[in-house]
Design a protein around this ligand. Structure first.
Ligand code: ATP
Ligand code: K
Ligand code: MG
Length: 687
C-alpha cells in the first residue's frame, strides 16, 4: 500500500510518496517534479498533465486549465466571470447554478463539469504513481485552499471518487506546509510556543497561516487569504502593459485574438520569471498576429511599479493573520515563504516590512504542500508508523445552524462552529420536538467568506419519527465537522423517556427555548492523535448509533431516526456513478489510442531495422529471391504507413507486423543458429 500526498494547484501538481526512509517527490513521465494542471482534448485522444500543456497551443479552445478556480463555484459569481474571461474554453451555467465546460472532441461537442475535469487530473496523477510504484493506490491526502467553502470541498471529494481515489483527508495548503516544517524540527524553545507565519503565493491565490509549534505538536492559529492574488495577476499586469504598447507600436489588438492572447500571456509569465533573477528582460514573439513580429523590453523596477497595487495587497491577509492569531509582528519567530509565485523578489521585501522580519525559504517552496500531505497520509494510514505528532487545524469560517428557520442558540446567531474551531469537531445537540424538522447549516458571517460565496451550506431533514402521546420528545443530533472540513449531521436519535419528566419539560421548553446543547464534545486532534487518527471521535462515536441493548431497557430508550441532506448544488449518487463510467470510457479510449500509437511505431521501426539488417547482418543468410521479396514487402508496408495506414486500428498494425515477421523470421533464425554454433565453437576452443 502506498501512502500519497497530492498538491493539485492551478498551475502545477506535485505528488509526494512516503517511503520507508522519508518522503519522495515522484517524477512524472517527463522526469519533472511538477506536472502542469492541464487537460487537453486533442484530435484523437486526451492529453493530461505535461502532455496536455504541450498540446495546449494546438487546441486552445479544448484545453482546460485552472479548473481549481471553477470547481464547486457558481457560474454567476463575479469572480468566476472574471476568471472565465481569460480562459479560452467555452462555458455556460448548469442547472444547479454551477459551471459547465463545452468543448469539441472526436467530432462532437462534449460537456463536462469542473468536477469531471478535476477527476481527469486526479486520475492522471494516480496513473503516474501506479506506473511508478507498480501497484494500485487509493488512500491519499489532497491539499485544498483554506478558503474552500463546503460545496468546493464536497466537489473535490466527488472528483477524487470519480478518479478512484479515497482521500483520508482534505488538508489546508498551509497546514500541510506547517506539518512538513514542524515534524522534522527538534529545536523549538521549551519556554513556550514558537509562532511561525507561512505565506503561500501560488498561481491564483495568496494564503497566510500562523501556526504555533511546541515539541511534538503544531496548532494553526489563523488562516487568511486573498483568493484572487497570485502569480497569474503579475502576468496580467505585464500582459496589459505590452498589449497596450503593441497596440500603439504595431497596431495590433491582442485582446481580439485568442491565440495571440495565449502566446503573449505565456511570454509574460516567462518574462516575469526572468525578472526574478535579472534586473531587466526582453520580450520577443515572432508572428504574434497579423504576421507581425513584436519586441518589447522591461526593467525590474518598472515591473514593480506596474505591480505595486498587487504587492500592497499581499500585506492585507498578513495583517489579518496576525490579528486573528491575537499576535503582534514581534511575536513571530520566523516567516516562511512558499509557493512559486513568491519568487518575485519584491514579495520578500514587502513581507519583511509587514512582519519586521526577513522572510525565509527553509522549505522547498514548490514541494512542501505535497510533502505535508504525504506525511499526514502516513499518519492516518494504518500501514505506516510515524513519529507521534499532533496536528491541530481549524476552519476559517463560522458555521451556524437554523432549526426550522430559527437560530439554534438564540444568543449566538446559531453559531455552532465558530471561526477557529478545530478540525475535526463533533457536537451533540438536544432538541425537543414532536415531529420531523429541518436543520440548516450556513456561514454565519458573510465578511469571513470570500465575496460571492453563498452562505447556504446544506439542509438536513431529521425524521420522520413517532412521538408517543403527541408530546415533544428529546431528539439528539450529532453534528460533525469532519477531517475534510465538511459539515454533516451524522446521526439523530429519539430519546424516549418514561414517566412525567418528559411531558413537563416538553411544555416548559416549548417555543421559549427550542433547543439546548446537551453536551458538547469538541474533538480537536488532541484526542484524535492520542488514540491514533483511526479512532478519531468521528468514527468512534458513530458506534453507538445502533444503540446498545443495555441502555434500551433503562429510563430512556434510544431510537435512531433517519437523516437526509439536501445540498445547494453538488452531485447526486446517480450523477457520480455516471461520471465514473464516463471517465472510465474516456480513459479506455486514451489507452487504446496510446497502444495504437505504440503498435504503429513498432511497425515503422521494424521496417527500418529489417531493411538495414537484410543488407548487412542477415545478408548471407537469405537468397537473392528472399531478399527481394522481403524488400518489396517492407517497401509496400512503408508506403501503406504513409497512405491508407496512416490512421488505422491497433489490430491492423499488429497483423501487418506479423505478416512481415513471417517472412523475416526464417532468415533471422538461420542467423541465430549460426551465431549459436559459432559461440559453441569459441567456448570449446577456450577450454
Ligand atoms: P495555486 O496555489 O494558486 O493553486 P500552484 O500551486 O499551481 O497554484 P505554484 O506552482 O506555487 O502555483 O506557483 C505558480 C506561479 O509561480 C506561477 O504564476 C508562476 O509563473 C510563478 N513562478 C514560478 N517561478 C517563478 C519565478 N522564478 N519568479 C516569479 N514567479 C514564478
Ligand atoms: K502546486
Ligand atoms: Mg499552490
Amino acid at each position: 500500500m502506498s501512502v500519497v500526498g497530492f498538491d493539485v494547484g492551478n498551475e502545477n501538481c506535485v505528488i509526494a510518496v512516503v517511503k520507508q526512509r522519508g518522503v519522495d517527490v515522484l517524477l512524472n513521465d517527463e522526469s519533472k517534479r511538477e506536472t502542469p494542471a492541464v487537460v487537453c482534448f486533442g484530435e484523437k485522444q486526451r492529453f493530461l498533465g505535461s502532455a496536455g500543456a504541450a498540446s495546449a497551443m494546438m487546441n486552445p479552445k479544448s484545453t482546460v486549465s485552472q479548473v481549481k478556480r471553477l470547481i464547486g463555484r457558481k457560474f454567476t459569481e463575479p469572480d468566476v466571470q472574471r476568471d472565465l474571461r481569460i480562459l479560452p474554453f467555452e462555458t455556460s451555467e448548469g442547472p444547479d447554478g454551477g459551471i459547465l465546460i463545452h468543448l469539441k472532441y472526436l467530432g462532437v461537442t462534449h460537456t463536462f463539469t469542473p468536477v469531471q475535469v478535476t477527476a481527469m487530473l486526479f486520475a492522471h496523477l494516480k496513473d503516474l504513481i501506479e506506473k511508478n510504484q507498480e501497484m494500485p493506490i487509493s488512500d491519499c491526502v489532497i491539499s485544498i485552499p483554506s478558503y474552500f467553502a463546503d460545496l468546493q470541498r464536497r466537489a473535490y471529494l466527488d472528483a477524487a471518487t470519480v478518479a478512484g481515489l479515497k482521500p483520508l483527508r482534505l488538508m489546508h495548503d498551509c497546514t500541510a506546509t506547517a506539518l512538513s516544517y514542524g515534524i522534522y524540527k527538534t529545536d523549538f524553545s521549551t519556554s513556550g510556543p514558537t509562532y511561525v507565519a507561512f505565506v503561500d503565493i501560488g498561481h491564483c491565490d495568496t494564503q497566510v497561516s500562523i501556526a504555533s509549534f511546541e515539541a511534538g505538536q503544531m496548532k494553526i492559529l489563523s488562516h487568511t487569504f486573498d483568493r484572487s492574488l497570485g502569480g497569474r495577476d503579475f502576468d496580467e499586469v505585464l500582459f496589459n502593459h505590452f498589449a497596450a504598447q503593441f497596440k500603439e507600436q504595431y497596431r495590433i489588438d491582442v485582446y481580439s485574438n485568442v491565440k495571440a492572447s495565449i502566446r503573449l500571456r505565456a511570454a509574460c509569465e516567462k518574462l516575469k520569471k526572468v525578472l526574478s533573477a535579472n534586473a531587466e528582460a526582453p520580450l520577443n514573439i515572432e508572428c504574434l498576429m497579423d504576421e507581425k513580429d513584436v519586441k518589447g523590453f522591461i526593467k525590474r523596477e518598472d515591473f514593480e511599479m506596474l505591480a505595486s497595487g498587487l504587492l500592497e495587497r499581499i500585506c492585507v491577509p498578513c495583517s489579518e493573520a496576525l490579528a486573528d492569531a491575537g499576535l503582534t509582528a514581534d511575536k513571530i519567530h520566523s516567516v516562511e515563504l512558499v509557493g512559486s509565485g513568491s519568487r518575485i523578489p519584491a514579495v520578500a521585501r514587502i513581507l519583511a516590512s509587514v512582519f519586521k522580519n526577513e522572510p525565509r525559504r527553509t522549505l522547498n517552496a514548490s514541494e512542501c504542500v505535497a510533502r505535508g500531505c504525504a506525511l499526514q497520509c502516513a499518519m492516518l494510514s494504518p500501514v505506516f508508523r510515524v513519529r507521534e505528532y499532533e496536528v491541530q487545524d481549524s476552519i476559517p469560517f463560522s458555521i451556524a445552524f437554523l432549526i426550522d428557520e430559527a437560530p439554534i442558540c438564540p444568543g449566538t446567531n446559531g453559531i455552532l462552529f465558530p471561526k477557529g474551531q478545530p478540525i475535526p469537531s463533533v457536537k451533540v445537540l438536544t432538541f425537543r420536538r414532536s415531529s420531523l424538522f429541518h436543520l440548516k447549516a450556513f456561514y454565519a458571517n458573510p465578511t469571513e467568506v470570500p465575496a460571492g460565496v453563498s452562505s447556504d451550506i446544506c439542509c438536513f431533514t431529521i425524521g420522520p419519527f413517532q412521538c408517543s402521546h403527541s408530546k415533544k420528545t428529546r431528539v439528539k443530533v450529532k453534528v460533525v465537522l469532519n477531517l475534510h472540513g465538511v459539515v454533516s449531521v451524522e446521526s439523530a436519535m429519539v430519546m424516549e423517556e418514561h414517566g412525567d419528566d418528559s411531558s413537563t419539560r416538553g411544555l416548559a421548553d416549548s417555543k421559549m427555548d427550542p433547543m439546548d446543547i446537551d453536551y458538547v464534545t469538541a474533538s480537536g486532534s488532541t484526542e484524535a492523535v492520542a488514540d491514533g487518527f483511526e479512532k478519531s471521535s468521528i468514527q468512534h462515536n458513530s458506534s453507538h448509533t445502533s444503540g446498545d441493548p443495555e441502555r434500551n431497557n433503562k429510563a430512556s430508550r434510544r431510537l435512531e431516526i433517519p437523516v437526509s441532506e439536501s445540498m445547494y448544488g453538488g452531485m447526486t449518487k446517480a450523477e457520480l456513478s455516471e461520471a465514473q463510467d464516463k471517465e472510465l470510457q474516456l480513459a479506455q479510449h486514451d489507452r487504446i489510442m496510446e497502444q495504437t500509437k505504440d503498435k504503429k511505431n513498432a511497425l515503422e521501426s521494424y521496417v527500418y531495422e529489417m531493411r538495414n539488417k537484410l543488407f548487412n547482418t542477415y545478408r548471407s543468410f537469405a537468397s537473392d529471391q528472399e531478399r527481394e521479396g522481403i524488400s518489396r514487402s517492407l517497401q509496400q508496408t512503408e508506403e501503406w504507413l504513409y497512405d491508407d495506414g496512416e490512421d488505422e486500428t491497433e489490430n491492423a498494425y499488429t497483423s501487418k507486423l506479423e505478416d512481415l515477421k513471417k517472412l523475416v523470421d526464417p532468415i533471422e533464425n538461420r542467423y541465430k543458429d549460426e551465431e549459436a554454433r559459432m559461440q559453441a565453437t569459441r567456448d570449446l576452443l577456450k577450454c
